[in-house]
Ligand binder design. Structure first.
Ligand code: TRP
Length: 450
């Protein structure tokens, strides 16, 4: 099939685009990662600097990515080629496509754990269970995690094969409202538990003595990951956006929805964790070890535990499709592959790339990189290097090469409530590059120094 003869698909409504982009943004990053990172960094004070990072760094980068995509109607590689032909800038797009590959491969493994826990929850969480043992046992087995990883990639491939409107847009229109309702139900359950107050205080009353320089780092890295920035996901989604949409507004909605869901996840988790006398700084195990212990103790815990892991899985699906879409759009645009074939071939390769991190808790547990297992190693490269580097170069490109003015004009093209202007120029040209450059150096140095 010759793609040149095909009209590029467009989201059929403003809402379709916002939900798709919000679906990309809202994921494991909000429900699994945000609460544990906040829990490890002292709660409320971290929440505050995270919100500042979202607005000052996340918003301008998101506007830049969406504008680049809509202007060029291309995948990340094509977008840079289009605006800066015969220069090496296309490599930034290529880094993005590569990063999508890496992130989805381990993202799917974690989403697989979440699916396994839907079944686990349905069988009931009871007080006498050893939840650390249960989780350790699951991830260090091979057959089950492999089956769920394959199932999750299968779902993701299925949706992307169906296309932008019939696949992505349809899926998010069904899944995002369900996600929201489930989350609100969990928040009500959590804050109405006896002893919830202490968790609310941890989450809402800032104690700045808990913050370190590293927290700043974590806040910015979290902002990038949760908003799906730094690898061209928003370039790709923006490329299907109609010229009648105002990007300054749309980015605002996506940012607002993503932040709302993250903040609500905190309200679902911290009150419950404190009500049961558990600690909020359990790290990545917060979702899979601490929460099941919470569900085991609370009234209707099995039902809410089941709903929680359904919620987590839904959030992961709507994010995973955006990661796969970046690579598929690249194959379709640049190599003229047919969409279905691209989704299947790329999806299977990503599944395979995910096998080493999956085996990092069993057959490959001897492998260590700077003290990290394979999954953490993939995650570290993505979050400490690839995403910030991609975001930094995208900001420089939008600010200086394409130009802050041109970027803003594209964003403001249609009538809207918000419109980006001079402040956007200052943020994209100076604040974003300096902030990201600093956290990259600090982050890499911290990790190397152990
Ligand atoms: N934002 C998603 C989350 O919070 C993950 C994700 C999807 C992502 N697409 C991305 C992260 C692109 C970085 C880049 O779970």
């Amino acid at each position: 099939m010759n793609n040149d003869l095909q009209e590029r698909e467009n989201w059929t409504s403003k809402l379709g685009f916002i939900l798709a982009a919000a679906g990309s943004a809202v994921g494991l990053g909000n429900i699994w990662r945000f609460p544990y990172v906040t829990g490890e960094n002292g709660g409320a004070a971290f929440l505050l600097i995270y919100l500042i990072a979202i607005i000052l760094i996340g918003y301008p980068v998101m506007v830049a990515e969406m504008s680049l995509g809509r202007k060029t109607e291309k995948n990340p590689v094509g977008a840079f080629k289009n605006l800066a032909p015969d220069t090496p800038w296309w490599l930034v797009g290529a880094l993005g496509v590569f990063t999508g590959f890496v992130i989805l491969s381990y993202y799917s493994v974690i989403a697989g754990w979440s699916m396994a826990y839907i079944v686990q929850a349905a069988n009931g969480f009871t007080s006498e269970m050893d939840f650390a043992g249960l989780f350790g046992g699951h991830i260090s087995s091979v057959g089950e995690p492999l089956l769920w990883h394959a199932t999750f990639m299968g779902i993701t491939i299925g949706i992307i094969s169906a296309g932008v409107v019939k696949g992505i847009q349809k899926a998010v229109k069904i899944l995002m409202p369900i996600l929201f309702i489930l989350l609100v139900a969990l928040v009500f359950r959590s804050v109405s538990l006896e002893g919830a107050g202490e968790g609310l205080a941890f989450y809402l009353a800032p104690d700045f003595s808990q913050l370190t320089w590293y927290s700043l780092n974590e806040a910015i890295a979290q902002a990038f990951f949760t908003l799906s920035l730094g690898m061209g996901a928003m370039i790709t989604y923006g490329s299907y956006l109609s010229k009648d949409d105002n990007i300054s507004d749309s980015a605002g909605y996506v940012l607002g929805l993503d932040t709302l869901i993250a903040v609500l996840s905190g309200f679902a988790i911290f009150p419950a964790v404190f009500a049961l006398g558990l600690s909020p700084d359990a790290g990545p195990g917060l979702t899979f070890i601490t929460l099941p212990a919470v569900f085991a103790e609370m009234p209707l815990g099995t039902l809410f535990g089941f709903l929680f892991f359904v919620l987590l899985t839904i959030a992961a699906i709507t994010s995973a499709i955006s990661l796969l879409e970046v690579v598929v759009a690249y194959m379709v645009d640049e190599h003229e592959w047919e969409r279905k074939k691209a989704a299947q071939v790329v999806g299977i390769v990503i599944f395979l790339v995910g096998i080493p991190p999956l085996l990092g808790y069993s057959a490959l547990s001897d492998f260590q990189f700077l003290g990290m297992d394979i999954l953490d190693t993939y995650d570290w490269f993505a979050n400490a290097i690839f995403l910030p580097l991609g975001g930094l170069l995208t900001a420089i490109f939008a600010g200086y090469v394409w130009g802050a003015r041109n970027t803003a004009d594209e964003a403001n093209k249609a009538e809207g409530v918000l419109s980006v202007g001079n402040l956007f120029g200052v943020l994209i040209k100076y604040v974003v590059p300096v902030a990201i450059g600093t956290i990259m150096v600090v982050g890499i140095w911290q990790t190397l120094a152990g």
